[in-house]
Design a protein around this ligand. Structure first.
Ligand SMILES: [Zn+2]
Ligand SMILES: [Zn+2]
Length: 177
């Protein structure tokens, strides 16, 4: 996976893994691979532990009270994760930047990728563009990559659900008055 200037693939992978936590190291590897990450080493239970810890820290970034807290929490992840950036062509598919040392296990690769990708996304598109769905009982996290940056729901389905609910609430109010 090459980090694009907006970190889109990385932040979407983080949301996908956080919304549906992988149950095994193999599942983690498969889903990372499907997302375009090159998995270079055998994946172990330690990788799963490290990935889950990264997702716990990342969810705190999602749920931060304001932009400053969000930046501070993410900076902590970056400090823990990132090595100096380096140019690499490890998969032979083009030169790109890594923000980690070579030869890292998947758990550490993910930690760095999620931290840097999320920072690129927030800095590039807007600090508010990471949130949970507005439907109260839906806790799904999404990165808002829309043009106007005002996405409120994780899916069309949740958007429709909320529209129906608001419509009913208004109807009930009219009936009562
Ligand atoms: Zn790479
Ligand atoms: Zn939703």
């Amino acid at each position: 996976m090459h980090l694009n200037p907006y970190g889109e693939d990385a932040v979407n992978l983080a949301a996908d893994l956080a919304n549906r936590r992988p149950a095994s190291a193999q599942e983690l590897a498969d889903r990372c691979q499907a997302a375009g990450l090159v998995v270079e080493q055998p994946v172990t239970p330690e990788d799963l532990d490290r990935a889950l810890a990264a997702l716990d820290a990342w969810e705190k970034v999602v749920d931060a009270a304001d932009e400053r807290e969000r930046a501070e929490l993410l900076n902590r992840m970056l400090a823990e994760a990132a090595a100096h950036p380096r140019l690499t062509d490890h998969a032979g598919d083009g030169w790109h930047l890594h923000y980690r040392d070579d030869g890292q296990p998947l758990g550490s690769v993910l930690f760095a990728l999620i931290s840097v990708g999320t920072a690129l996304h927030l800095a590039g598109r807007g600090m508010h563009r990471l949130r949970r769905c507005e439907v109260a009982e839906c806790t799904t996290i999404f990165a808002d990559t829309t043009r106007n940056g005002r996405q409120r729901y994780c899916s069309q389905r949740c958007g429709n659900r909320d529209a129906v609910r608001r419509h009913r609430a208004r109807a009930a109010q009219r009936a009562a008055s």
